[in-house]
Ligand binder design. Structure first.
Ligand SMILES: [Zn+2]
Length: 113
């Protein structure tokens, strides 16, 4: 038995895998495996140090002194960062910090405010 999900369009269970997509023979629908249908969830989930899910526009607090790359400045613990934007990559938060300008942070070093 396969454990492929049913077709999100017509709920057919006769779906099959074709390379990296799933195909429904009944309605011809094709979709990417591994992406939940209609869940409304972003495939990329970014969590703060306590496991809270972060979203674009959130305000977070820095929980660790962070050295700013290429300078001697340090973003101090407790610094509030408003209106974050989630991005892909090692540093998954794009933001602007007063006095520092545009920065990228790691979500593991912040907590949701
Ligand atoms: Zn279908």
């Amino acid at each position: 038995m396969s454990n492929l999900p049913n077709c999100p369009k017509c709920q057919s269970e006769y779906t099959y895998e074709d390379r990296d997509v799933l195909v429904c023979p009944e309605c011809g629908n094709e979709w990417k495996a591994g992406v939940e249908d209609e869940s409304g969830n972003d495939p990329q989930v970014v969590k703060d140090a306590h496991g809270n899910v972060l979203q674009d526009g959130d305000t977070v607090t820095v929980i660790k002194d962070l050295k700013v790359k290429g300078s001697s400045s340090v973003v101090k613990i407790g610094t509030k960062v408003k209106n974050i934007r989630l991005v892909e990559g090692d540093h998954d938060i794009d933001c602007k910090i007063d006095g520092f300008g545009a920065m990228q942070l790691k979500s593991e070093f912040v907590k949701k405010a």
